[in-house]
Design a protein around this ligand. Structure first.
Ligand SMILES: CC(C)(COP(=O)(O)OP(=O)(O)OC[C@H]1O[C@@H](n2cnc3c(N)ncnc32)[C@H](O)[C@@H]1OP(=O)(O)O)[C@@H](O)C(=O)NCCC(=O)NCCS
Length: 133
Protein backbone atom coordinates (compact mmCIF):
# COMPACT_ATOMS: atom_id res chain seq x y z
CA UNK A 1 0.00 0.00 0.00
CA UNK A 2 1.26 3.46 -0.95
CA UNK A 3 -0.18 6.87 -0.20
CA UNK A 4 -0.89 7.16 -3.94
CA UNK A 5 -3.47 4.37 -3.53
CA UNK A 6 -5.60 6.65 -1.35
CA UNK A 7 -8.25 7.76 -3.87
CA UNK A 8 -9.08 4.20 -4.87
CA UNK A 9 -9.00 2.98 -1.27
CA UNK A 10 -11.35 5.60 0.10
CA UNK A 11 -13.81 4.86 -2.72
CA UNK A 12 -13.74 1.17 -1.78
CA UNK A 13 -14.07 1.85 1.95
CA UNK A 14 -17.00 4.24 1.44
CA UNK A 15 -18.79 1.56 -0.57
CA UNK A 16 -18.48 -1.05 2.20
CA UNK A 17 -21.32 -1.52 4.63
CA UNK A 18 -20.02 -2.39 8.07
CA UNK A 19 -16.86 -0.31 7.80
CA UNK A 20 -16.55 2.69 10.09
CA UNK A 21 -14.80 5.72 8.62
CA UNK A 22 -13.61 8.67 10.69
CA UNK A 23 -11.09 11.50 10.88
CA UNK A 24 -8.45 8.74 11.10
CA UNK A 25 -9.16 8.05 7.43
CA UNK A 26 -8.31 11.40 5.84
CA UNK A 27 -5.56 11.40 3.22
CA UNK A 28 -3.17 13.03 5.70
CA UNK A 29 -4.00 10.54 8.46
CA UNK A 30 -3.52 7.53 6.18
CA UNK A 31 -0.22 8.95 4.88
CA UNK A 32 0.97 9.37 8.48
CA UNK A 33 -0.18 5.86 9.36
CA UNK A 34 1.75 4.36 6.43
CA UNK A 35 4.87 6.36 7.33
CA UNK A 36 4.65 5.15 10.92
CA UNK A 37 4.06 1.53 9.92
CA UNK A 38 6.21 1.02 6.81
CA UNK A 39 5.84 -2.17 4.79
CA UNK A 40 2.95 -3.64 6.79
CA UNK A 41 -0.14 -2.66 4.74
CA UNK A 42 -1.18 -4.17 1.43
CA UNK A 43 -3.55 -3.72 -1.48
CA UNK A 44 -4.81 -6.29 -3.99
CA UNK A 45 -5.09 -5.28 -7.62
CA UNK A 46 -6.87 -6.91 -10.55
CA UNK A 47 -4.82 -5.48 -13.38
CA UNK A 48 -4.70 -1.76 -12.68
CA UNK A 49 -7.80 -1.75 -10.52
CA UNK A 50 -7.62 -1.78 -6.71
CA UNK A 51 -9.89 -4.55 -5.37
CA UNK A 52 -8.76 -5.10 -1.77
CA UNK A 53 -7.00 -3.53 1.21
CA UNK A 54 -5.58 -4.29 4.62
CA UNK A 55 -4.29 -1.48 6.80
CA UNK A 56 -1.80 -2.85 9.32
CA UNK A 57 -0.25 -1.21 12.33
CA UNK A 58 1.90 -2.10 15.30
CA UNK A 59 2.63 -0.32 18.56
CA UNK A 60 5.68 -2.61 18.96
CA UNK A 61 3.64 -4.68 21.42
CA UNK A 62 0.59 -5.88 19.49
CA UNK A 63 -0.47 -5.72 15.87
CA UNK A 64 -3.73 -4.24 14.63
CA UNK A 65 -5.53 -4.78 11.33
CA UNK A 66 -7.97 -2.20 9.99
CA UNK A 67 -10.04 -1.82 6.83
CA UNK A 68 -9.85 -5.33 5.49
CA UNK A 69 -12.08 -4.81 2.49
CA UNK A 70 -12.63 -6.44 -0.89
CA UNK A 71 -14.63 -5.04 -3.79
CA UNK A 72 -18.02 -6.82 -3.96
CA UNK A 73 -17.29 -8.15 -7.46
CA UNK A 74 -14.15 -9.88 -6.16
CA UNK A 75 -15.41 -11.43 -2.92
CA UNK A 76 -15.24 -15.14 -2.04
CA UNK A 77 -12.10 -15.57 -4.12
CA UNK A 78 -9.73 -15.74 -1.17
CA UNK A 79 -8.45 -12.18 -1.62
CA UNK A 80 -9.09 -11.08 1.98
CA UNK A 81 -7.45 -14.27 3.20
CA UNK A 82 -4.33 -13.54 1.16
CA UNK A 83 -4.21 -9.90 2.25
CA UNK A 84 -4.42 -10.93 5.90
CA UNK A 85 -1.73 -13.60 5.34
CA UNK A 86 0.61 -10.91 3.97
CA UNK A 87 -0.16 -8.60 6.89
CA UNK A 88 0.41 -11.37 9.46
CA UNK A 89 3.71 -12.36 7.81
CA UNK A 90 4.88 -8.75 7.88
CA UNK A 91 3.91 -8.42 11.56
CA UNK A 92 5.66 -11.69 12.39
CA UNK A 93 8.81 -10.44 10.66
CA UNK A 94 8.54 -7.31 12.83
CA UNK A 95 8.50 -9.47 15.98
CA UNK A 96 4.80 -9.14 16.78
CA UNK A 97 3.25 -12.19 18.43
CA UNK A 98 -0.46 -11.28 18.67
CA UNK A 99 -2.79 -9.24 16.48
CA UNK A 100 -6.16 -7.67 17.29
CA UNK A 101 -9.03 -6.54 15.09
CA UNK A 102 -12.16 -4.56 15.88
CA UNK A 103 -15.38 -5.65 14.19
CA UNK A 104 -18.81 -4.06 14.57
CA UNK A 105 -20.96 -6.55 16.47
CA UNK A 106 -23.65 -6.47 13.75
CA UNK A 107 -21.23 -7.13 10.86
CA UNK A 108 -22.03 -10.82 10.61
CA UNK A 109 -20.32 -11.47 7.23
CA UNK A 110 -17.08 -10.07 8.62
CA UNK A 111 -17.44 -12.06 11.85
CA UNK A 112 -17.97 -15.19 9.73
CA UNK A 113 -14.86 -14.36 7.70
CA UNK A 114 -12.67 -13.81 10.74
CA UNK A 115 -13.88 -16.84 12.66
CA UNK A 116 -13.61 -19.10 9.63
CA UNK A 117 -9.97 -18.10 9.40
CA UNK A 118 -9.14 -18.84 13.03
CA UNK A 119 -9.73 -15.52 14.83
CA UNK A 120 -11.28 -15.91 18.27
CA UNK A 121 -13.78 -13.44 19.80
CA UNK A 122 -12.56 -12.15 23.20
CA UNK A 123 -15.59 -12.53 25.44
CA UNK A 124 -13.33 -11.63 28.40
CA UNK A 125 -12.62 -8.10 27.10
CA UNK A 126 -14.65 -4.95 26.47
CA UNK A 127 -13.34 -2.19 24.20
CA UNK A 128 -13.43 1.23 25.91
CA UNK A 129 -12.67 4.47 24.04
CA UNK A 130 -12.22 8.14 24.91
CA UNK A 131 -11.69 11.17 22.70
CA UNK A 132 -8.40 13.01 23.39
CA UNK A 133 -9.33 16.55 24.47
C1 LIG B 1 -15.26 -9.59 4.96
C2 LIG B 1 -14.57 -9.46 3.59
C3 LIG B 1 -13.29 -8.65 3.74
C4 LIG B 1 -14.21 -10.87 3.10
O1 LIG B 1 -13.47 -10.75 1.88
P1 LIG B 1 -13.35 -11.96 0.82
O2 LIG B 1 -12.20 -11.66 -0.08
O3 LIG B 1 -14.66 -12.22 0.19
O4 LIG B 1 -13.00 -13.18 1.79
P2 LIG B 1 -12.32 -14.56 1.36
O5 LIG B 1 -12.71 -14.90 -0.05
O6 LIG B 1 -10.86 -14.50 1.65
O7 LIG B 1 -13.08 -15.54 2.36
C5 LIG B 1 -12.43 -16.56 3.07
C6 LIG B 1 -13.47 -17.36 3.83
O8 LIG B 1 -14.13 -16.53 4.82
C7 LIG B 1 -15.53 -16.90 4.89
N1 LIG B 1 -16.35 -15.78 4.41
C8 LIG B 1 -15.96 -14.71 3.68
N2 LIG B 1 -17.02 -13.89 3.43
C9 LIG B 1 -18.09 -14.46 4.03
C10 LIG B 1 -19.46 -14.10 4.12
N3 LIG B 1 -19.93 -12.98 3.53
N4 LIG B 1 -20.29 -14.92 4.80
C11 LIG B 1 -19.84 -16.05 5.38
N5 LIG B 1 -18.52 -16.47 5.31
C12 LIG B 1 -17.67 -15.67 4.66
C13 LIG B 1 -15.70 -18.10 3.97
O9 LIG B 1 -15.50 -19.26 4.74
C14 LIG B 1 -14.59 -17.91 2.97
O10 LIG B 1 -14.17 -19.11 2.36
P3 LIG B 1 -15.03 -19.74 1.14
O11 LIG B 1 -15.33 -18.62 0.18
O12 LIG B 1 -14.11 -20.78 0.59
O13 LIG B 1 -16.27 -20.29 1.77
C15 LIG B 1 -15.51 -8.82 2.54
O14 LIG B 1 -16.77 -9.44 2.59
C16 LIG B 1 -15.69 -7.32 2.70
O15 LIG B 1 -14.94 -6.51 2.14
N6 LIG B 1 -16.73 -6.91 3.46
C17 LIG B 1 -17.02 -5.45 3.64
C18 LIG B 1 -15.97 -4.78 4.49
C19 LIG B 1 -15.91 -5.36 5.87
O16 LIG B 1 -16.91 -5.52 6.55
N7 LIG B 1 -14.67 -5.67 6.29
C20 LIG B 1 -14.40 -6.25 7.59
C21 LIG B 1 -14.16 -5.19 8.57
S1 LIG B 1 -13.79 -5.90 10.16
Amino acid sequence: MRSGDYDEMIDLWKSCQGMGLSSADTREAIEAFLLGNPGLSFVARDGQSLVGTVLTGSDQRRGFLYHVAVKPSHRRMGIANRLVDHAMAALKAAGIEKVHIMVFADNQPALDFWQQTGWVPRTDLVLLSKVVE
